[in-house]
Design a protein around this ligand. Sequence first.
Ligand code: ADP
Ligand code: MG
Length: 679
Amino acid sequence: MNGSDTIGIIKGIGPATEPLFHKIGIATLQDLVDYYPRSYTDFSHITNIRDIEPGLVTIKAKIIKVTGRYVRRGMHITEAVAEDSTGSIRMVWFNQPYRATSIGSEADYFISGMFELSRQKMVLMNPTIEKVSDLPISTARIVPRYKETKGLKSNQIRKSIREILSYIKSAPETLPEWVLNEQDLIPRHEALLAMHFPESSEHLDEAKKRLGFEEVFELALASLLNKDEHDQEHALNIVFNQKLAKDFVGHLPFELTPDQKRVTWQIYQDMASANCMNRLIEGDVGSGKTVVATMAALMVLAQELQVAFMAPTELLARQHADTIHSLLKPIGLEGSVGLLVGGMSMSQKKVMHERIDSGDVRFIIGTHALIQDKVNMKNLGLVIIDEQHRFGVSQRKQLQKKAGHMPHVLSMTATPIPRTLALTLYGELDISIISSKPKGRKAIETNIISPNSTKTIHAYIDLEIDKGRQVFVVCPLISESEVLQTVHSVGKVHKELAEGPFKHRRVGLLHGKLPADEKNAIMQDFIDKKIDILVSTTVIEVGVDVPNATVMLIQSADRFGLAQLHQLRGRVGRSEHQGYCYLVLSDSKAPSKRLQIFERNNDGFKLAELDLELRGPGAIYGTFQHGQLDLRVAKLTDVKLIEAARQSARRFIKKDEKMVYYKHLADRVNTLRSVTNLN
Ligand code: ADP
Ligand code: MG
């Protein structure tokens, strides 16, 4: 048997079942081995019938007196008695008429199920039975449960895996032996076997430790290798110009926070050093990252080099261009700012391409449009990527390539991930954290609202508008493929509000399907306070900065993930005014744990951590769209494991280990490097 063999060769998988396996992503033997269970039920302990107690139990018994009958139309009941040397017990199955004929009276069976009360009598309810053997599949052991699909149950997956045990047992080792010894890890083949056929819960823990370690080790190794490579690059030397910095800060309408000052200073030091800067700013929504990025750009502009600033949406790019234009105006540098977004006309774009090419525009702000072929940057000294997590790695790389040499790179994100994790994922990055918010900001008041209490909320909102404040109402994107339906649903909400409780107010409507200039006009009206309430899809999710807006009302809030909710809430509370966030549920069911956590926590870092805990192993908090980095076994909250894996990865490099000796590891690490590499 070979890992790449099709599962069709497995006994019991025929032309009917094979496509079902394909549906859950299993085509080869290796895929099947890698299909880890979602959970386990411990049926390993065999009890004498005499000693049985309510709950999950396993017995070893003969089955006697099996009878089946219809109690009424469509309701079949099979009853049987199981007997061992200590006593007997009643068993009941509902709607499984085949049971009566499939049970033999001679054989010994393992019987696992729930012993519970049914119609005043204790019975084993719908138990699983199988003839006694050395290697039972669904009884008398720790029984794994897999993610199923229609027509393909865990039982069938277990059976198939039992057919390839010899293949699993021959799985080669993938980690260096010294790592196994140092970290006290079991061999790979043993771990894989234990995932599907654990002998005990300790055995299972050992398996998870081993496989989880390996996942994080690979990630850590990939990012350390990326860093090494990055450090080889020759850097442009950007000199710190104190007078210019002072001049800029002196004209700001506010005082920088200590965190903003510290991070700006770190950036200046990075850019003046012999290595290329590759820094990520993690700062919660509203912490003031834009001005820090502008200060970074300042020194590069002063040296007659270009700066490219890429944002994920057109709305945001335009807003940044406006903000940065006015920040640079007092020091006379605003003329170097240019905007390039997809929504501009062909001729506007052409003019901008020429101005960029000639070096007339040196601070280029835009969207993905920046990475198109027609854009020729002259002397790109600094690349700034806002809302970094919204871009794919290849997009970030393409922008850097425009330079023809290695530019300094500053990435920013408001989707923070805990520091240990960040270091593992982005070992090649230096990380700055802006944890404080500008002075005078108040915590946003967040409340979950049942759909039948919106009246009261509308009254509150009206009072806010009386005070001169503005309001966002956000409706969920139903799905990418149902954009029209989404447009319809925001349209409906808009109509209901504009003709109902807010008919005396100015209510605007914004969604992705509107032509670019219309979108901009509406956004501008909102900024100019010509609109009181802006009903919108999530197009306003990231970055949008309208400090006078104080209320964020989210419709069907249960449809959003934590990261997205936090981004949306971050649209308010951006000034000294009190901000409010209302989460309207889509039905009157109790709110999910996720929403309750969100209601109680205002801090993005804390939320990121809670989100990780809530989701268990797997998805890395809103960070990557495609999940290539998602871990399957390791818990990202397991700081000890992450630390250990990082240490081993460092030692691996220090020992000058040759990757070629570890083929599997090399393959994995190469893939990860290409996914995470921000160089
Ligand atoms: P984010 O970190 O979410 O990108 P922004 O850079 O958009 O935040 O800043 C949010 C708002 O806070 C903007 O209106 C900005 O002008 C303002 N701001 C930034 N720094 C300060 C400061 N030190 N004091 C007061 N307001 C500030
Ligand atoms: Mg921002």
